[in-house]
Design a protein around this ligand. Structure first.
Ligand code: ADP
Ligand code: TRP
Length: 330
């Protein structure tokens, strides 16, 4: 079985964009792949400085994946910070990473450009964690002999950098030292719209969080921005954000029925939102219940992650050993 690996950065509450754009597709892959999924907590450290918040984010994201159906018996599920080999490999990979490659990383370039626009020093506010982010990520991936890395489009450059770095090592010591990974970009995954019609994102403050209580979920859905068409007017489902969201949660029969009601006229936006709430809550209620049970027992959750780390470490150690041997360090 080929190996699929992905990292999940614990930097905020999970929302339904994450659910459809990242969680569901990655869980689909666990049927065909030997999957290794982890919480990238050291990556989060670059930006998250409130210890209580980081801790709760780590637990929420871990519990969220389990509630969404990740089976820790099948998937090796762990925290990056529990695998010291990640950092050994990072240091070794640094020696094979051109500084110029890091200068071209999108996130670093964006920070430098923002500084230039403000007339600040180019590296103002840039820490080495941000600058070397792609090397740590390459280590995450290469350490576990990953064949494919399911990610969103924004992460493709990082996978390409991991390929470059692995190839530089193999070029020096032989092809068998490190596995060169491939990105698995889910082209067909829809961009989930947020409450204001833009892409749902925590940076836009327009999200529907996955685990809000039912009442609050309903309130949020009622806040979705609509146009000023009256109840009587026929409406176009294709251009409606509400309908777009409805499609993610409903059967094709339900979609046909609601589309017909849109086109007939006589249905106001309030009714469309009620229909949306009904199907969203139908799907999310069991996930929310599982989440609440998991998060209530943090000791058990920590045990699941510790057991995952136990399974991960021998794999990681073997890669580091292979590399050290090839390099003459062992
Ligand atoms: P955010 O934009 O809220 O900061 P992240 O960048 O942390 O979200 O995204 C984590 C994962 O969820 C990524 O794989 C990303 O592609 C996916 N994702 C985030 N928002 C959406 C969305 N609106 N539609 C589809 N996928 C999304
Ligand atoms: N950089 C990824 C993100 O921002 C998270 C991540 C860290 C990751 N290490 C990884 C993803 C390894 C895939 C493989 O979403």
């Amino acid at each position: 079985m080929k190996i699929s690996l992905t990292g999940i950065k614990p930097t905020g509450n999970l929302h339904i964009g994450n659910y459809f754009g990242a969680i569901k597709p990655a869980l689909e892959l666990t049927r065909e792949y030997d999957a290794r999924y982890f919480i990238a907590d050291y990556h989060a450290l670059n930006t998250m400085r409130d210890p209580a918040e980081l801790k709760s984010c780590i637990r929420e994201v871990a519990a969220g994946w389990l509630a969404a159906g990740l089976d820790p018996e099948k998937v090796i599920f762990y925290r990056q910070s529990s695998i010291p080999e990640v950092f050994e490999l990072t240091t070794m990979l640094m020696a094979f990473t051109a500084k110029g490659l890091m200068n071209r990383a999108h996130a670093y370039k964006a920070a430098v450009q923002e500084n230039a626009e403000k007339g600040d020093d180019p590296d103002a506010g840039v820490n080495m964690g941000l600058f070397t982010y792609p090397v740590l990520m390459a280590a995450d991936i290469i350490l576990f002999d990953s064949d494919v890395v399911p990610v969103g489009k924004d992460q493709v450059q990082h996978i390409e950098m991991a390929q470059d770095i692995a190839q530089a090592v193999n070029h020096t010591y032989g092809e068998e030292v490190l596995k060169v990974p491939q990105a698995a970009v889910q082209e067909d995954v829809a961009v989930v719209p947020g409450l204001d019609g833009r892409k749902m994102s925590k940076s836009y403050n327009n999200t529907i969080p996955l685990f809000v209580p039912e009442k609050q979920l309903r309130k949020l859905i009622m806040r979705i921005v609509t146009n000023s068409q009256t109840v009587e007017e026929p409406k176009d489902p294709v251009s409606s954000q509400i309908f777009l969201l409805y499609k993610l949660f409903s059967t094709s029969g339900e979609q046909r029925d609601l589309a017909a009601r849109y086109r007939e006229g006589g249905m106001g936006w309030g009714d469309a939102k009620e229909e949306l709430f009904r199907v969203v809550n139908r799907e999310l209620a069991p996930v929310r219940d599982r989440f609440n049970n998991i998060i209530a027992d943090t000791a058990a959750l920590d045990r699941v992650l510790a057991a995952g780390a136990e399974k991960a470490r021998p794999i990681a150690a073997a890669t580091v050993k292979r590399f050290r041997k090839a390099a003459g360090i062992e």
